[in-house]
Design a protein around this ligand. Structure first.
Ligand code: NAD
Length: 419
Protein backbone atom coordinates (compact mmCIF):
# COMPACT_ATOMS: atom_id res chain seq x y z
CA UNK A 1 0.00 0.00 0.00
CA UNK A 2 1.45 3.32 -1.02
CA UNK A 3 -0.19 5.18 1.83
CA UNK A 4 1.25 2.86 4.50
CA UNK A 5 4.86 3.98 4.00
CA UNK A 6 4.27 7.43 5.54
CA UNK A 7 7.84 7.99 6.74
CA UNK A 8 9.38 7.63 3.29
CA UNK A 9 6.47 8.22 0.94
CA UNK A 10 5.97 11.51 -0.87
CA UNK A 11 2.42 10.38 -1.63
CA UNK A 12 1.97 9.75 2.11
CA UNK A 13 2.83 13.40 2.84
CA UNK A 14 0.47 14.55 0.12
CA UNK A 15 -2.39 12.47 1.54
CA UNK A 16 -1.81 13.99 4.97
CA UNK A 17 -2.49 17.50 3.65
CA UNK A 18 -5.57 16.20 1.86
CA UNK A 19 -6.88 14.51 5.02
CA UNK A 20 -6.68 17.70 7.08
CA UNK A 21 -8.87 19.55 4.57
CA UNK A 22 -11.18 16.57 3.96
CA UNK A 23 -11.92 16.33 7.70
CA UNK A 24 -12.79 20.02 7.92
CA UNK A 25 -15.13 19.55 4.94
CA UNK A 26 -16.71 16.47 6.54
CA UNK A 27 -16.04 14.61 3.33
CA UNK A 28 -18.05 11.42 2.87
CA UNK A 29 -15.85 8.31 3.57
CA UNK A 30 -16.61 6.82 0.14
CA UNK A 31 -15.57 10.02 -1.62
CA UNK A 32 -12.43 10.12 0.54
CA UNK A 33 -11.56 6.58 -0.57
CA UNK A 34 -12.10 7.52 -4.19
CA UNK A 35 -10.01 10.68 -4.00
CA UNK A 36 -7.09 8.96 -2.29
CA UNK A 37 -6.91 6.27 -5.01
CA UNK A 38 -5.22 7.00 -8.36
CA UNK A 39 -7.47 6.18 -11.35
CA UNK A 40 -4.65 4.64 -13.37
CA UNK A 41 -0.93 3.92 -12.81
CA UNK A 42 1.14 2.71 -15.73
CA UNK A 43 4.70 1.32 -15.46
CA UNK A 44 6.57 0.26 -18.58
CA UNK A 45 10.01 -0.58 -19.93
CA UNK A 46 11.78 1.92 -22.16
CA UNK A 47 14.40 0.12 -24.23
CA UNK A 48 16.68 2.50 -26.12
CA UNK A 49 19.92 2.39 -27.97
CA UNK A 50 22.95 4.19 -26.53
CA UNK A 51 25.13 6.18 -28.91
CA UNK A 52 27.69 3.35 -28.71
CA UNK A 53 25.09 0.88 -29.97
CA UNK A 54 24.47 -0.80 -26.59
CA UNK A 55 20.87 -1.59 -25.66
CA UNK A 56 19.75 -0.04 -22.35
CA UNK A 57 16.38 -0.32 -20.56
CA UNK A 58 14.92 2.39 -18.31
CA UNK A 59 11.58 2.48 -16.49
CA UNK A 60 8.79 4.88 -17.47
CA UNK A 61 5.68 5.91 -15.53
CA UNK A 62 2.43 7.72 -16.16
CA UNK A 63 -0.16 8.21 -13.44
CA UNK A 64 -3.61 9.54 -14.34
CA UNK A 65 -4.99 10.44 -10.97
CA UNK A 66 -8.43 11.89 -11.59
CA UNK A 67 -10.59 12.76 -14.61
CA UNK A 68 -13.65 14.34 -12.94
CA UNK A 69 -13.07 17.86 -14.29
CA UNK A 70 -11.46 16.95 -17.63
CA UNK A 71 -8.50 15.19 -19.23
CA UNK A 72 -5.55 14.39 -16.96
CA UNK A 73 -2.87 17.08 -17.04
CA UNK A 74 0.68 17.10 -15.71
CA UNK A 75 4.36 17.12 -16.51
CA UNK A 76 6.94 14.51 -17.39
CA UNK A 77 9.97 14.31 -15.10
CA UNK A 78 13.36 12.92 -16.16
CA UNK A 79 15.35 12.45 -12.95
CA UNK A 80 17.29 9.65 -11.20
CA UNK A 81 14.90 9.83 -8.20
CA UNK A 82 11.69 9.18 -10.17
CA UNK A 83 9.58 6.39 -8.60
CA UNK A 84 5.94 5.33 -8.82
CA UNK A 85 5.36 6.87 -5.39
CA UNK A 86 6.75 10.25 -6.45
CA UNK A 87 4.87 10.32 -9.75
CA UNK A 88 1.64 9.37 -7.96
CA UNK A 89 2.10 12.21 -5.46
CA UNK A 90 2.79 14.65 -8.28
CA UNK A 91 -0.33 13.46 -10.17
CA UNK A 92 -2.37 13.83 -6.97
CA UNK A 93 -1.10 17.42 -6.52
CA UNK A 94 -1.94 18.19 -10.16
CA UNK A 95 -5.56 17.22 -9.47
CA UNK A 96 -5.83 19.84 -6.72
CA UNK A 97 -3.70 22.39 -8.56
CA UNK A 98 -5.92 22.35 -11.65
CA UNK A 99 -9.00 22.58 -9.44
CA UNK A 100 -7.73 25.39 -7.23
CA UNK A 101 -7.27 27.62 -10.28
CA UNK A 102 -10.49 26.26 -11.82
CA UNK A 103 -9.07 24.70 -14.99
CA UNK A 104 -11.06 22.04 -16.89
CA UNK A 105 -8.48 19.32 -16.23
CA UNK A 106 -7.93 16.38 -13.93
CA UNK A 107 -4.48 15.46 -12.62
CA UNK A 108 -1.68 13.41 -14.12
CA UNK A 109 2.10 13.10 -14.07
CA UNK A 110 4.79 11.00 -15.68
CA UNK A 111 8.46 10.33 -15.59
CA UNK A 112 11.45 8.27 -16.52
CA UNK A 113 14.07 7.21 -13.96
CA UNK A 114 17.18 8.56 -15.66
CA UNK A 115 19.81 11.27 -15.39
CA UNK A 116 19.34 13.57 -18.40
CA UNK A 117 22.65 15.33 -17.70
CA UNK A 118 24.43 12.06 -18.60
CA UNK A 119 22.49 11.46 -21.83
CA UNK A 120 23.30 12.80 -25.29
CA UNK A 121 20.60 14.68 -27.26
CA UNK A 122 20.19 11.59 -29.46
CA UNK A 123 19.70 9.31 -26.44
CA UNK A 124 17.20 11.75 -24.90
CA UNK A 125 15.27 11.84 -28.17
CA UNK A 126 15.10 8.03 -28.40
CA UNK A 127 13.94 7.73 -24.76
CA UNK A 128 11.28 10.40 -25.30
CA UNK A 129 9.97 8.83 -28.50
CA UNK A 130 9.73 5.38 -26.93
CA UNK A 131 8.04 6.90 -23.84
CA UNK A 132 5.45 8.64 -26.06
CA UNK A 133 4.91 5.55 -28.25
CA UNK A 134 4.15 3.43 -25.17
CA UNK A 135 1.44 5.89 -24.13
CA UNK A 136 -0.27 6.47 -27.51
CA UNK A 137 -3.55 4.81 -26.48
CA UNK A 138 -3.95 6.64 -23.19
CA UNK A 139 -2.82 10.21 -23.91
CA UNK A 140 -4.41 12.78 -26.25
CA UNK A 141 -6.04 16.21 -26.10
CA UNK A 142 -9.20 14.74 -24.52
CA UNK A 143 -7.47 12.04 -22.46
CA UNK A 144 -4.23 13.20 -20.88
CA UNK A 145 -2.01 16.15 -21.81
CA UNK A 146 1.63 16.03 -20.60
CA UNK A 147 3.98 19.02 -20.19
CA UNK A 148 7.58 19.71 -19.08
CA UNK A 149 8.77 19.21 -15.50
CA UNK A 150 12.18 18.73 -13.87
CA UNK A 151 14.70 17.55 -16.47
CA UNK A 152 12.43 17.92 -19.50
CA UNK A 153 12.36 20.76 -22.01
CA UNK A 154 10.31 22.28 -24.86
CA UNK A 155 12.44 20.19 -27.27
CA UNK A 156 11.41 17.02 -25.45
CA UNK A 157 7.76 18.10 -25.76
CA UNK A 158 8.34 18.60 -29.51
CA UNK A 159 9.64 14.99 -29.86
CA UNK A 160 6.65 13.76 -27.83
CA UNK A 161 4.17 15.64 -30.04
CA UNK A 162 5.87 14.43 -33.23
CA UNK A 163 5.90 10.77 -32.12
CA UNK A 164 2.24 10.87 -31.08
CA UNK A 165 1.23 12.63 -34.32
CA UNK A 166 3.11 10.04 -36.42
CA UNK A 167 1.35 7.18 -34.63
CA UNK A 168 -2.16 8.60 -34.97
CA UNK A 169 -1.48 9.83 -38.51
CA UNK A 170 -2.55 13.41 -37.93
CA UNK A 171 -1.12 16.66 -36.58
CA UNK A 172 -2.05 16.86 -32.88
CA UNK A 173 -0.28 19.80 -31.18
CA UNK A 174 -2.75 19.78 -28.25
CA UNK A 175 -1.47 16.37 -27.05
CA UNK A 176 1.26 18.11 -25.06
CA UNK A 177 1.97 21.64 -23.78
CA UNK A 178 5.19 23.54 -23.16
CA UNK A 179 6.16 23.08 -26.83
CA UNK A 180 8.51 25.41 -28.70
CA UNK A 181 6.65 28.40 -30.19
CA UNK A 182 7.17 27.35 -33.81
CA UNK A 183 5.14 24.16 -33.37
CA UNK A 184 2.25 25.54 -31.34
CA UNK A 185 3.77 26.52 -28.00
CA UNK A 186 2.21 29.47 -26.21
CA UNK A 187 3.90 32.78 -25.75
CA UNK A 188 4.66 33.24 -22.06
CA UNK A 189 4.66 29.48 -21.22
CA UNK A 190 8.37 29.23 -20.38
CA UNK A 191 8.08 32.11 -17.90
CA UNK A 192 4.58 31.23 -16.61
CA UNK A 193 5.42 29.25 -13.46
CA UNK A 194 8.04 31.72 -12.23
CA UNK A 195 5.77 34.64 -13.14
CA UNK A 196 2.93 33.05 -11.17
CA UNK A 197 5.18 32.46 -8.15
CA UNK A 198 6.12 36.14 -8.11
CA UNK A 199 2.50 37.29 -8.65
CA UNK A 200 1.07 35.43 -5.67
CA UNK A 201 4.13 36.21 -3.54
CA UNK A 202 3.81 39.95 -4.20
CA UNK A 203 0.06 39.84 -3.46
CA UNK A 204 0.76 38.15 -0.12
CA UNK A 205 3.67 40.49 0.67
CA UNK A 206 1.30 43.43 0.22
CA UNK A 207 -1.13 41.80 2.65
CA UNK A 208 1.71 41.32 5.17
CA UNK A 209 3.09 44.84 4.77
CA UNK A 210 6.38 43.73 3.14
CA UNK A 211 7.22 46.38 0.55
CA UNK A 212 8.76 44.87 -2.62
CA UNK A 213 11.47 47.51 -2.85
CA UNK A 214 14.32 46.18 -0.76
CA UNK A 215 12.52 42.99 0.31
CA UNK A 216 15.12 40.22 0.60
CA UNK A 217 14.40 36.92 -1.11
CA UNK A 218 16.16 33.54 -1.17
CA UNK A 219 15.47 31.15 -4.05
CA UNK A 220 16.42 27.46 -3.80
CA UNK A 221 16.76 25.87 -7.28
CA UNK A 222 17.82 27.94 -10.25
CA UNK A 223 16.10 26.12 -13.10
CA UNK A 224 13.04 27.20 -15.03
CA UNK A 225 10.90 28.13 -12.02
CA UNK A 226 13.55 29.54 -9.66
CA UNK A 227 15.52 31.65 -12.13
CA UNK A 228 12.47 33.22 -13.77
CA UNK A 229 10.82 33.93 -10.40
CA UNK A 230 14.08 35.59 -9.28
CA UNK A 231 14.09 37.74 -12.43
CA UNK A 232 10.47 38.83 -11.88
CA UNK A 233 11.14 39.71 -8.23
CA UNK A 234 14.07 41.89 -9.28
CA UNK A 235 11.85 43.63 -11.87
CA UNK A 236 9.57 44.61 -8.97
CA UNK A 237 12.47 46.05 -6.93
CA UNK A 238 13.12 43.09 -4.63
CA UNK A 239 16.64 41.97 -3.72
CA UNK A 240 17.62 38.32 -4.30
CA UNK A 241 20.10 37.56 -1.52
CA UNK A 242 20.53 33.83 -2.09
CA UNK A 243 20.26 31.32 -4.93
CA UNK A 244 21.22 27.68 -5.33
CA UNK A 245 21.23 24.74 -7.64
CA UNK A 246 22.41 21.17 -7.39
CA UNK A 247 26.02 22.46 -7.17
CA UNK A 248 25.33 24.36 -3.90
CA UNK A 249 24.17 27.74 -2.58
CA UNK A 250 25.39 31.31 -3.14
CA UNK A 251 24.57 34.14 -0.71
CA UNK A 252 25.11 37.87 -1.13
CA UNK A 253 23.46 40.24 1.38
CA UNK A 254 23.90 43.11 -1.09
CA UNK A 255 21.92 41.29 -3.77
CA UNK A 256 22.80 38.71 -6.42
CA UNK A 257 23.02 39.93 -10.03
CA UNK A 258 20.26 37.59 -11.24
CA UNK A 259 20.74 38.14 -14.98
CA UNK A 260 24.47 37.59 -14.56
CA UNK A 261 23.80 34.36 -12.62
CA UNK A 262 21.40 33.14 -15.33
CA UNK A 263 23.99 33.87 -18.02
CA UNK A 264 26.65 32.05 -15.95
CA UNK A 265 24.41 29.05 -15.36
CA UNK A 266 23.48 28.83 -19.06
CA UNK A 267 27.12 29.01 -20.13
CA UNK A 268 28.39 26.46 -17.58
CA UNK A 269 25.20 24.32 -17.36
CA UNK A 270 25.28 24.92 -13.58
CA UNK A 271 26.11 27.63 -11.02
CA UNK A 272 29.24 25.69 -10.02
CA UNK A 273 32.10 28.19 -9.71
CA UNK A 274 29.77 31.23 -9.65
CA UNK A 275 31.52 34.12 -7.86
CA UNK A 276 28.67 36.59 -7.35
CA UNK A 277 28.02 35.38 -3.80
CA UNK A 278 29.61 33.44 -0.93
CA UNK A 279 29.39 29.68 -1.28
CA UNK A 280 26.98 28.26 1.35
CA UNK A 281 25.45 24.87 2.04
CA UNK A 282 21.88 24.02 1.12
CA UNK A 283 20.99 24.10 4.84
CA UNK A 284 22.55 27.54 5.35
CA UNK A 285 20.69 28.86 2.32
CA UNK A 286 17.27 27.66 3.49
CA UNK A 287 17.81 29.13 6.96
CA UNK A 288 19.45 32.40 5.83
CA UNK A 289 18.07 35.79 6.92
CA UNK A 290 15.45 36.95 4.39
CA UNK A 291 11.84 38.12 4.11
CA UNK A 292 10.72 35.54 1.57
CA UNK A 293 11.97 32.00 0.88
CA UNK A 294 11.13 30.35 -2.45
CA UNK A 295 11.94 26.62 -2.54
CA UNK A 296 11.96 25.88 -6.29
CA UNK A 297 13.94 22.63 -6.55
CA UNK A 298 12.51 19.31 -5.36
CA UNK A 299 10.35 17.68 -2.65
CA UNK A 300 11.11 17.41 1.09
CA UNK A 301 13.53 20.33 1.43
CA UNK A 302 11.88 22.00 4.44
CA UNK A 303 11.72 19.34 7.12
CA UNK A 304 11.69 18.83 10.87
CA UNK A 305 15.50 19.23 10.70
CA UNK A 306 15.51 22.83 9.54
CA UNK A 307 11.98 24.27 9.99
CA UNK A 308 12.66 25.78 13.42
CA UNK A 309 15.68 27.67 12.01
CA UNK A 310 14.01 29.14 8.91
CA UNK A 311 14.10 32.94 9.21
CA UNK A 312 11.77 33.93 6.35
CA UNK A 313 8.38 35.49 7.17
CA UNK A 314 6.82 34.09 4.00
CA UNK A 315 7.50 30.82 2.13
CA UNK A 316 6.29 30.53 -1.46
CA UNK A 317 6.43 26.96 -2.76
CA UNK A 318 7.70 27.13 -6.33
CA UNK A 319 8.51 23.41 -6.21
CA UNK A 320 5.97 20.67 -5.66
CA UNK A 321 5.99 19.24 -2.16
CA UNK A 322 9.06 21.06 -0.75
CA UNK A 323 7.61 21.13 2.81
CA UNK A 324 6.92 18.03 4.89
CA UNK A 325 3.76 18.06 7.06
CA UNK A 326 5.92 18.22 10.22
CA UNK A 327 7.72 21.31 8.95
CA UNK A 328 4.44 22.85 7.83
CA UNK A 329 3.11 22.47 11.36
CA UNK A 330 6.20 24.20 12.78
CA UNK A 331 5.78 27.09 10.33
CA UNK A 332 2.15 27.47 11.33
CA UNK A 333 3.09 27.57 15.03
CA UNK A 334 5.84 30.10 14.35
CA UNK A 335 3.50 32.36 12.35
CA UNK A 336 5.42 31.86 9.09
CA UNK A 337 2.96 32.10 6.19
CA UNK A 338 3.24 29.40 3.48
CA UNK A 339 1.71 29.80 0.03
CA UNK A 340 1.28 26.14 -0.93
CA UNK A 341 2.62 24.58 -4.13
CA UNK A 342 -0.82 23.88 -5.60
CA UNK A 343 -1.49 27.63 -5.57
CA UNK A 344 1.99 29.15 -5.84
CA UNK A 345 3.22 27.23 -8.87
CA UNK A 346 -0.11 26.95 -10.73
CA UNK A 347 0.99 29.57 -13.28
CA UNK A 348 2.62 26.89 -15.44
CA UNK A 349 -0.43 24.70 -15.80
CA UNK A 350 -2.62 27.77 -16.31
CA UNK A 351 -0.63 28.83 -19.37
CA UNK A 352 -0.49 25.17 -20.44
CA UNK A 353 -4.28 25.33 -20.45
CA UNK A 354 -4.07 28.48 -22.58
CA UNK A 355 -1.70 26.64 -24.94
CA UNK A 356 -4.11 23.70 -25.24
CA UNK A 357 -7.01 26.10 -25.88
CA UNK A 358 -5.00 28.02 -28.53
CA UNK A 359 -4.01 24.75 -30.27
CA UNK A 360 -7.60 23.57 -30.38
CA UNK A 361 -8.78 26.92 -31.74
CA UNK A 362 -5.88 27.10 -34.21
CA UNK A 363 -5.24 30.67 -33.09
CA UNK A 364 -2.40 32.13 -31.02
CA UNK A 365 -2.60 34.94 -28.50
CA UNK A 366 -0.32 37.92 -27.94
CA UNK A 367 2.10 37.59 -25.00
CA UNK A 368 0.45 40.49 -23.19
CA UNK A 369 -2.91 38.71 -23.50
CA UNK A 370 -1.44 35.50 -22.05
CA UNK A 371 0.16 37.35 -19.12
CA UNK A 372 -2.97 39.38 -18.40
CA UNK A 373 -5.21 36.30 -18.38
CA UNK A 374 -2.66 34.46 -16.21
CA UNK A 375 -2.69 37.23 -13.62
CA UNK A 376 -6.53 37.26 -13.66
CA UNK A 377 -6.80 33.50 -13.07
CA UNK A 378 -4.14 33.32 -10.37
CA UNK A 379 -5.06 36.41 -8.40
CA UNK A 380 -8.81 35.77 -8.47
CA UNK A 381 -8.35 32.22 -7.19
CA UNK A 382 -5.71 33.27 -4.66
CA UNK A 383 -8.22 35.80 -3.26
CA UNK A 384 -10.72 32.97 -2.97
CA UNK A 385 -8.18 30.80 -1.10
CA UNK A 386 -7.29 33.68 1.23
CA UNK A 387 -11.00 34.27 1.86
CA UNK A 388 -11.51 30.58 2.75
CA UNK A 389 -8.47 30.68 5.06
CA UNK A 390 -9.84 33.72 6.90
CA UNK A 391 -13.35 32.29 7.10
CA UNK A 392 -12.28 28.91 8.52
CA UNK A 393 -9.23 30.20 10.40
CA UNK A 394 -6.93 27.72 8.67
CA UNK A 395 -3.61 27.94 6.81
CA UNK A 396 -3.47 28.90 3.15
CA UNK A 397 -2.55 25.28 2.38
CA UNK A 398 -5.59 23.82 4.10
CA UNK A 399 -7.79 26.49 2.50
CA UNK A 400 -6.39 25.76 -0.98
CA UNK A 401 -7.10 22.04 -0.53
CA UNK A 402 -10.60 22.82 0.72
CA UNK A 403 -11.40 24.97 -2.33
CA UNK A 404 -9.95 22.32 -4.66
CA UNK A 405 -11.63 19.35 -2.99
CA UNK A 406 -14.98 21.12 -3.08
CA UNK A 407 -14.63 21.76 -6.80
CA UNK A 408 -13.60 18.18 -7.62
CA UNK A 409 -16.30 16.58 -5.46
CA UNK A 410 -18.91 18.88 -6.96
CA UNK A 411 -17.95 17.67 -10.45
CA UNK A 412 -17.93 14.04 -9.30
CA UNK A 413 -21.30 14.34 -7.61
CA UNK A 414 -22.86 16.04 -10.63
CA UNK A 415 -21.50 13.43 -13.04
CA UNK A 416 -22.32 10.60 -10.61
CA UNK A 417 -19.89 7.80 -9.80
CA UNK A 418 -20.06 4.89 -12.29
CA UNK A 419 -19.82 2.22 -9.58
P1 NAD B 1 14.47 22.49 -13.58
O1 NAD B 1 15.01 21.15 -13.92
O2 NAD B 1 14.45 23.54 -14.63
O3 NAD B 1 15.29 23.10 -12.33
C1 NAD B 1 15.46 22.44 -11.11
C2 NAD B 1 16.55 23.20 -10.35
O4 NAD B 1 16.71 22.65 -9.04
C3 NAD B 1 17.94 23.10 -11.00
O5 NAD B 1 18.58 24.36 -10.88
C4 NAD B 1 18.66 22.07 -10.13
O6 NAD B 1 20.08 22.23 -10.17
C5 NAD B 1 18.09 22.44 -8.80
N1 NAD B 1 18.24 21.42 -7.78
C6 NAD B 1 18.05 20.09 -7.87
N2 NAD B 1 18.31 19.52 -6.68
C7 NAD B 1 18.67 20.52 -5.84
C8 NAD B 1 19.04 20.56 -4.48
N3 NAD B 1 19.11 19.46 -3.75
N4 NAD B 1 19.33 21.77 -3.92
C9 NAD B 1 19.25 22.89 -4.66
N5 NAD B 1 18.90 22.91 -5.95
C10 NAD B 1 18.62 21.73 -6.52
O7 NAD B 1 13.03 22.23 -12.97
P2 NAD B 1 11.82 23.27 -12.82
O8 NAD B 1 10.93 23.08 -13.99
O9 NAD B 1 12.35 24.61 -12.47
O10 NAD B 1 11.06 22.63 -11.56
C11 NAD B 1 11.42 22.93 -10.22
C12 NAD B 1 10.27 22.55 -9.30
O11 NAD B 1 9.10 23.28 -9.70
C13 NAD B 1 9.85 21.08 -9.33
O12 NAD B 1 9.35 20.73 -8.06
C14 NAD B 1 8.69 21.07 -10.33
O13 NAD B 1 7.82 19.97 -10.14
C15 NAD B 1 8.04 22.39 -9.97
N6 NAD B 1 7.18 22.94 -11.01
C16 NAD B 1 7.64 23.20 -12.26
C17 NAD B 1 6.77 23.76 -13.20
C18 NAD B 1 7.25 24.16 -14.57
O14 NAD B 1 6.44 24.74 -15.31
N7 NAD B 1 8.49 23.95 -14.94
C19 NAD B 1 5.43 24.01 -12.87
C20 NAD B 1 5.00 23.73 -11.58
C21 NAD B 1 5.89 23.20 -10.65
Amino acid sequence: MLTAAREVSVFGDAIEYFNTAASLLDLDPGMRRLLTSPSRQIIFAIPFQRDNGELEVYTGYRVQYNFARGPAKGGIRFHPGVTLDEVTALAFWMTWKCAVVDLPFGGGKGGVTCDPSKLSPGELERITRRYAAELVEVVGPDKDVPAPDVGTTPQIMAWFMDTYSMHVRQHVPAVVTGKPLEIGGSRGRVEATGRGVSLVALAQMEEMGIAPSGASIVVQGFGNVGSIAAQMFVERGCKIVGISDVSGGYYNANGIDVNGAIAYSQEHHSLDGYRGGDRVTNDALLTAACDVLVPAALEKQLTIENAARVQAKLIVEGANGPTTPEADHIFDERGIVVIPDIMANAGGVTVSYFEWAQNRAGYSWRESEVNERLADVLLENFRRVRGAAALRNVTLRTAAYMVAIQRVTQSMNTRGVYA
